[in-house]
Write a protein that binds this ligand. Structure first.
Ligand code: NAD
Ligand code: G3P
Length: 335
């Protein structure tokens, strides 16, 4: 089998996307950075660690060799590693990329080293010519693998690349929309993780539905302020990658970020919550990077700022809530 797409990162989302593409009949290669994990997946023909019930189709192969995975991908490489590993993964794969292969990523977060958006990292490492695209939107891996209806935003550097990606992803249970707003698509996915932690904290403290709805709505307002300041368009944040993913993640306990916030709100030890979740909680790193980015851009993001203080400065969650509520009254929109 000559793979057309290689997926880098065999966690829950990388595996779910590899399965989706392979089930659509596109030869796909899945790379795990842990040799043992790759060997077990290849032998068992499933990812027992993350998605034990989904058998791999014949169109999905597995490797632990990054150079092989990247060099083999004729059409595109899809990066689905956690954001802290995005830059390093891209640096490692660059020398092996085929000249015409596009670069997609499904990672939600910012570049840990530079605090920039991931398309800026990709441009810095891959140059100005490479086709780029981000996949973003309300998609829990387990539901996609179970073939439950889902929809996603594909932010692509060209219409042609966006259309190719849609042809790889789209089917009767997975609908892919395109946009050229890569900034909005990325910031929606990064900001909502922090806001999901905040919503979890609120629920963990025992606050009610009113508080959750207020957090989601005012969270959307600050996500939009930052995104527009960085050049995104309003409609992207009002779409799947913004409000769609925010509502999903802030309200459903499948979200790791929300569950982490629930534990923090209940006063549970962080190590215990981490161990129980056992997966990536992107909002923790994003809380710091987005708080710093907002500071550099002079954008007011009070919920993100208080979440940052709870996570990094030991501020008691109750005080964070008081700080938010007791700010000066102001008009709902415009400042
Ligand atoms: N799980 C979902 O439903 C979902 C949906 C949309 C987007 N995402 C995003 O996808 C990205 C990956 O999340 P996930 O849910 O797959 O996480 P996960 O916790 O399920 O898996 C993370 C994987 O990354 C691997 N990994 C860790 N460090 C690595 C490194 N240095 N190099 C290569 N691989 C490394 C781990 O071994 C693990 O296999 C995150 O940015 C997340 O926000 C996840
Ligand atoms: O489990 P979470 O909180 O990382 O959310 C997963 C996806 O980003 C939902 O779209």
């Amino acid at each position: 089998m000559t793979p057309r797409i290689s997926v880098l990162g065999a966690g829950s989302w990388g595996t779910a996307l590899a399965l989706l593409i392979a089930r659509n009949g596109v030869p796909t290669l899945l790379w795990s950075h842990r040799r043992e994990h790759a060997q077990t997946m290849a032998a068992e023909r499933r990812n027992a660690r993350y998605l034990p019930h989904a058998a791999f189709p014949e169109t999905l192969a597995v490797t632990a060799d990054l150079a092989e995975a990247v060099a083999a991908a004729g059409d595109a490489v899809l990066v689905a590693v956690p954001s802290h590993a995005f830059r390093a993964t891209l640096e490692l794969c660059t020398p092996h990329l085929q000249p015409e292969a596009g670069l997609m990523w499904a990672t939600k977060g910012l570049d840990r080293t530079r605090g920039c958006l991931l398309h800026e990292t990709a441009r810095e490492i891959l140059g100005p010519e490479r086709e780029l695209a981000v996949l973003s939107g309300p998609t829990f891996a387990a539901e996609v693998v179970a073939e439950l209806p889902s929809a996603i935003t594909v932010g692509a550097s060209s219409e042609a690349f966006g259309a190719k990606i849609v042809s790889w992803l789209h089917n009767a249970y997975f609908r892919a929309y395109t946009t050229d707003d890569l900034i909005g698509a990325q910031l929606g996915g990064a900001c909502k993780n922090v806001l999901a932690i905040a919503a979890g904290i609120s629920d963990g403290l025992g606050f009610g539905a009113n508080a959750r709805a207020a957090l989601i709505t005012r969270g959307l307002a600050e996500m939009m302020r930052l995104s527009l300041a960085l050049g995104a368009r309003t409609e992207t944040l009002m779409g799947l990658a913004g409000v769609g993913d925010l509502v999903l993640t802030a309200t459903d306990n499948q979200s790791r970020n929300r569950r982490f916030g629930l534990g923090v709100g209940k006063g549970r030890p962080r190590e215990e919550i981490h161990a129980e979740i056992g997966q990536e909680i992107e909002g923790i790193l994003a809380a710091r990077l987005i708080h710093e980015l907002a500071g550099r851009k002079g954008v007011d993001m009070p919920i993100t700022a208080q979440t940052y203080r709870v996570l990094y400065e030991g501020l008691p969650p109750e005080e964070a809530v008081r700080n938010l509520l007791l700010r000066e009254p102001k008009p709902e929109w415009g400042c």
